[in-house]
Design a protein around this ligand. Structure first.
Ligand code: GLN
Length: 189
């Protein structure tokens, strides 16, 4: 198994460290030449979704990655990565891949805009630590999307087929249970 990590900007190195703990081979995607045909999964890290969205297009990564995701490549988007997969952001057409049937809100936690940590239940895993940094949440989900976790009544983890998104940063906690969940998702038929 080999997982590509989008490494244009943001918290990609922390995802590499999480996969190292699980002994899962990975590589960085910084330009179109880095794409490998035998990639089994893709991680889109947190960072700044508008910057990453712009760079994806400028670097000619947008079209090939969108095609792979649409063809069923397992993908895991965290925070800004969630925003890049959402079909709608704040009720408007999003600028990212738009492959996931969810409506997201950016910078959505009111007075908790900064960062905060909570422990909540993640369906199928149990209690996990969740580190939020200027995070979005999922306002609503459409057909085919399962809600896997909520925080304060807001949806913070969702899955649609082989696409998994978290509003928080699992790569910033020691625990690698959520990365293991993604690895298991890749292995499932
Ligand atoms: N606020 C960022 C955005 O809108 C997301 C923050 C993050 O990824 N930690 O893209």
């Amino acid at each position: 198994m080999k997982i590509g990590i989008l490494a244009l900007q943001g918290a990609f190195a922390e995802h590499e460290a999480s996969l190292d703990k699980l002994h899962i081979p990975h590589f960085e995607i910084r330009q179109a030449d880095d794409l490998q045909d035998d990639m089994d999964g893709l991680i889109i890290p947190g960072g700044e979704s508008t910057v990453m969205g712009k760079l994806l297009k400028e670097l000619s990564l947008y079209e090939p990655l969108k095609a792979k995701i649409e063809a069923g490549l397992p993908v895991f988007g965290t925070c800004a990565g969630l925003l890049l997969l959402a079909k709608d952001i704040d009720g408007e057409d999003a600028l990212g891949f738009r492959t996931m049937n969810i409506t997201a809100r950016r910078n959505a936690y009111g007075r908790q805009l900064g960062s905060f940590f909570v422990e909540e239940d993640f369906k199928g895993i149990g209690t996990v630590g969740m580190t939020f940094i200027r995070a979005p949440y999922i306002e609503s989900v459409g057909d085919g999307v399962d809600v896997l976790a909520t925080c304060d009544g807001k949806i913070v983890v969702a899955r649609q087929g082989k696409q998994l998104v978290t509003a928080f940063h699992p790569e910033l906690t020691e625990d690698v249970k959520i990365h293991q969940y993604f690895v298991d998702m890749i292995s499932e038929n």
